[in-house]
Structures are given as structure tokens and as C-alpha cells.
Design a binder for this molecule. Structure first.
Ligand code: ACO
Length: 325
């Protein structure tokens, strides 16, 4: 039996932060941000809101699209690096709010690659018969760990959540191949230093701004282009698909130049690439399922279409999945 995606959903905050807003906050310009990243605006959660608020809505939409009930769900997996709190898990909070009374729940940490890791686990649970329906939600409020005085990072990120329901699908459809990888030696290029067991929260850690995301942009960029290319090659080979079979490439939305480089390398025309970065920025793990959900709801993809989803992120990690909807 094969597992596949049987419903999608997403949710983003209403509040918009434009490049013009950043021109008033830091030494930057709309022109710099657009040409270097492709970002025009991003969505930012209100004070007092948390990751689970958006994740729960995304899950509800995915569950509705799948045509099942919350009580049918066996597992909730939440991929996030900005949980509501260290524990309980954000997945447990979501499970309760969904009313998924028969579901287990856990968080998974693989930064921007988290969605791909989580759907890989979910599909395995379904295919070995350990679960009938698994809800995978990737959700991050990166605004909570962004230093809005650091122009080299603050313009890049936005908040959001995307979800899918993974369940059994008819023969010939579903997940065809996965590729997941990690190079922990690159952890220093993208990380949040404090708040864990190495540097617990203290007055000093707050003053030293160690609770904010730190990034070496150029190192991350080089890694991203390399990893996205290699990972896509691998899932293509494993799945038996050819480039011409791809109906939609759904890449992690970190920088339009990274997306364009990946699409060019594979000879995939721009009309077959899902792009949301101009309106949402980099929403971390949620960027792939948000782009997927929008493509589904806009009718850009339909049952039977072949998709490649590919991403990279902190860890450093990367991942790709080939799926026939
Ligand atoms: N506005 C104006 N100037 C800026 C800004 C800004 N917002 N940010 C940086 N600059 C300046 C720099 O200070 C530098 O000035 P200098 O030459 O005087 O030193 C100049 O612009 C060029 O900076 P670079 O870092 O070389 O610019 P680059 O073209 O590499 O673009 C960027 C930077 C957009 C960050 C790019 O490197 C990138 O996208 N990297 C990948 C980021 C990424 O994918 N992150 C993934 C995160 S995934 C996750 O897990 C959250």
C-alpha cells in the first residue's frame, strides 16, 4: 500500500510588513531586497499569538480537504523551530485544539527541511500500517527569533503554517521517493545560540542577542544551491520520473535566486515552479506546504500530477520528495 497526500491546508497572519516598512526600520531599500531576494512583503503574527494558532487552522483546512474527521487521526507531527514553548510539544497543543482524541503527537526539528522530514515519517507510518491518517504540519513564527535591527536577516523572514493529511492512496499515486540529508558541520552557518541546554536563558544571553537567529548568508546560499540540486537529482533517479514528467516543482522559498538556479539546473520552466516568496518571504518549514496548498487551491495541480518538493535549512539539513498527487 502506498501513502500519499489526501488534503492540504495553510494559514498566514493578516498583518503585512512591506519592504517600505523596512526602509523605516533599518538601512535598506526596496530595490536591494527585491533584486537580492525576490521578497516584496511578508506576514507577521500579532503579539501574543503563537505557532500553534496558525498551525491549528492549517490542520483544520487540510483535514476538511481530506474529508475526514479529527477523531480519525492517528498521529500529529509538527515540524517547527519556533514551538509555542520548549514543552509540551506544539503538536500536543494542536492535537488538543483539533479534538484529535485518538492521536499521538510530537514535534520534529529539522529547521526549513522539517516538512520533508515529517512527511517522510508520516508516509512510513501509513505504509507499515501503524497509522491510517497522519496530519503533518510545518509551522514557524520566525519573527519571534528575528533581530529587527540586523538588516542582513530581518528582511528575509515571515510567519506561517502549512499542513497535509497523509493517508493511503490508490495504486500509481502517492510518495514515490524521498531523499533526506544532514551535514552537522555546517550548523554554525544558521542557528539560534541560546535557549537550549548549552546556553540557557539568562540576562547575559538576552543582552548578547543570543536568542536571535544567526546566519552566514553567503555560506547558506552556496550550500542551498548545491543541496537542492543534488537532492532533486536523487529523488528523480529513485522515483523513476524524468524531468519532463514534473508537473510542478515546489522548492523551499528562501531566495528567488536560489529557486531560479534550481529550476534552471533542471530545465523546469518557470510556469512549473511554485513561487510565493514575493508575498510571504521565507516562512521556514512552512514554505513548501503553503506553496503546495496554494497550488492545489488555485487548480495549478490536480490528482495524478507529479511533484518534486525540495528544501534545505538549519542543521544543515536538506530533503526532497517525489509525489504523485
Ligand atoms: N539592505 C541593504 N544592504 C544589505 C542588506 C539589506 N537588507 N543586507 C545586507 N546588505 C549588504 C551587506 O552588508 C553587504 O554590504 P558590503 O558589501 O558593504 O559588506 C552587501 O549588502 C552584500 O551582502 P551579501 O551578504 O554579499 O549579499 P548577498 O547577495 O549574498 O545576499 C542574502 C544576502 C540575501 C542573505 C543571501 O546571501 C541569501 O539569500 N542567503 C541564503 C539565505 C537562506 O537561504 N537562508 C535560509 C534560511 S533557512 C532556515 O532554516 C531559516
Amino acid at each position: 500500500m502506498r501513502a500519499g497526500i489526501i488534503g492540504t491546508g495553510s494559514a498566514v497572519p493578516k498583518r503585512v510588513l512591506t519592504n517600505a516598512d523596512f526602509e523605516k526600520m533599518v538601512d535598506t531599500s526596496d530595490e536591494w531586497i527585491v533584486t537580492r531576494t525576490g521578497i516584496r512583503e511578508r506576514r507577521i503574527a500579532e503579539a501574543g499569538e503563537a505557532t500553534s494558532d496558525y498551525a491549528t487552522i492549517a490542520c483544520q483546512r487540510a483535514i476538511e480537504a481530506a474529508g475526514i474527521g479529527a477523531e480519525d487521526i492517528d498521529q500529529v507531527i509538527c515540524a517547527t523551530v519556533t514551538p509555542d514553548m520548549m514543552f509540551p510539544s506544539t503538536a500536543s497543543i494542536i492535537q488538543d485544539r483539533l479534538g484529535a482524541a485518538h492521536a499521538g503527537a510530537f514535534d520534529l526539528s529539522a529547521a526549513c527541511s522539517g516538512f520533508l522530514y515529517a512527511v517522510s515519517v508520516a508516509s512510513a507510518l501509513v505504509e507499515v500500517g501503524r497509522a491510517k491518517y497522519v496530519v503533518v504540519v510545518a509551522a514557524d513564527l520566525l519573527s519571534r527569533i528575528t533581530d529587527y535591527t540586523d538588516r542582513s536577516t530581518c528582511v528575509l523572514f515571515g510567519d506561517g503554517a502549512g499542513a497535509v493529511v497523509v493517508g493511503a492512496v490508490p495504486e500509481g499515486r502517492g510518495f514515490l521517493a524521498f531523499d533526506l540529508g544532514s551535514d552537522g558541520s555546517g550548523g554554525k552557518f544558521l542557528y539560534q545560540p541560546a535557549g537550549g541546554s548549552r546556553i540557557p536563558a539568562s540576562h547575559e544571553s538576552v543582552e548578547a542577542k543570543q536568542h536571535f537567529l544567526k546566519m552566514e548568508g553567503q555560506e547558506t546560499f552556496k550550500f542551498a544551491v548545491r543541496a537542492m540540486g543534488a537532492s532533486t537529482e536523487k529523488v528523480l533517479e529513485k522515483s523513476g520520473l524524468t524531468r519532463d514528467d514534473i508537473d510542478l516543482l515546489v522548492p523551499h522559498q528562501a531566495n528567488i535566486r536560489i529557486i531560479d538556479a534550481a529550476a534552471k539546473r533542471f530545465g523546469v520552466p518557470s510556469e512549473k515552479v511554485a513561487v510565493t516568496i514575493h508575498k510571504y518571504g521565507n516562512t521556514s518549514a512552512s514554505s513548501i506546504p503553503i506553496a503546495l496548498d496554494e497550488a492545489v487551491r488555485e487548480g495549478r495541480v490536480k490528482a495524478g500530477d507529479a511533484l518534486i518538493m525540495v528544501g534545505f535549512g538549519g542543521g544543515l539539513t536538506w530533503g526532497a520528495a517525489a509525489v504523485r498527487l
